[in-house]
Design a protein around this ligand. Structure first.
Ligand code: GLU
Length: 300
């Protein structure tokens, strides 16, 4: 870590997952987070969320760094790689397990999808709790047999332990106003995964721990992660971590009205660059919410 855990200044970050090249939506988010500290004094950090061993690729890390440099996004200090921090995630999992808040889950995606009772939460189907009721002997037996398993949080128990939760929010775009308090409702997401079968931590755990370790004071990210903030607030409370102020920005959509995504050929910065786009012009346009043709803000 390059900054103290108790910063005197505003600290923001951009935290891409290296599963593809950056698109215009990422560029907008990165510029917004950087500009927030550039106008007020502080640090803007870059974290690569590369713990997904199946989808993260070194060539995408290099591509993301190249894209950001091209656009004129400059971060302070060293880049933080989540893949170098697995021991911290493990230690946090052990703390939560010692509190009796985790259980191993052996279900496959197909098992969960097949559950007729699975209601939908903010992040998709809510886990029906199948493995929550397994007894210790059965858990130990299946783990000893090497059966792949994730670790889920017993959300009802965790939420009861944490009590009523709030997170602090600034509206978008953030001005000079004081932060308001938003009630966090982590129960709606159900027993989310904190350590995946194929990765030693989930996004929720690693992101929450790293924001605290990096001294992040302001998290600026897309509206799609608003419900994740409820979960992150819970994890902060359970692990005695500070809670940043959150700013959720609207999402960008493509010509078809759908969210920009790496997978469906949304306008990638690499393509704009190859097409001769002037990066200073692009950055200036994005700062003024002028988006390339076909891209617009999602209506609320
Ligand atoms: N790696 C996450 C993403 O690319 C970042 C989420 C966040 O900013 O908390 O969506």
């Amino acid at each position: 870590m390059t900054q103290s855990a108790q910063p005197q200044h505003m600290v923001t970050r951009f935290a891409p997952s290296p599963t593809g090249r950056l698109h215009v939506g990422h560029a907008w988010s990165a510029l917004l987070a950087m500009d927030l500290v550039r106008t007020r004094g502080g640090y803007f950090l870059l974290r690569i969320e590369d713990i997904d061993g199946t989808r993260s690729r070194p060539e995408h890390v290099a591509g993301i760094i190249e894209d950001l440099r091209w656009l004129g996004v400059a971060w302070d200090g060293d880049i933080v790689f989540q893949s170098a921090r697995l021991d911290r995630y493990q230690a946090a999992l052990e703390r939560l397990e010692a509190m009796g808040l985790l259980y191993p889950c052996f279900c496959t995606r197909a098992d969960i999808a097949a559950s007729a009772t699975a209601p939908h939460g903010p992040e998709g189907p809510v886990y029906p709790g199948t493995c929550r009721g397994l007894d210790d002997a059965e858990r130990a037996r299946r783990i000893a047999l090497g059966e792949p398993h994730a670790w889920r949080i017993d959300m009802a128990r965790a939420a009861a332990r944490a009590g009523p939760l709030h997170w602090r929010a600034l509206p978008f775009p953030p001005g000079e106003e004081a932060a308001s308090c938003i009630s966090a409702e982590p129960l709606a997401a159900g027993d989310v995964v904190l350590a995946r079968k194929d990765a030693p931590a989930s996004y929720h755990l690693s992101c929450t721990l790293d924001d605290a370790a990096m001294g992040v004071t302001h998290v600026l990210r897309g509206d799609d992660l608003r419900s994740a903030t409820d979960i992150h607030r819970l994890i902060q409370t359970l692990l005695d971590l500070p809670s940043p102020i959150y700013v959720h920005h609207p999402l960008l959509v493509g010509p078809d009205g759908r969210r920009l995504a790496k997978r469906d050929g949304s306008i990638a910065l690499a393509d704009l660059r190859a097409g001769g786009m002037d990066p200073r012009r692009l950055a200036d346009d994005l700062r003024h919410a002028r988006f390339p043709i076909g891209i617009s803000l999602a209506s609320a």
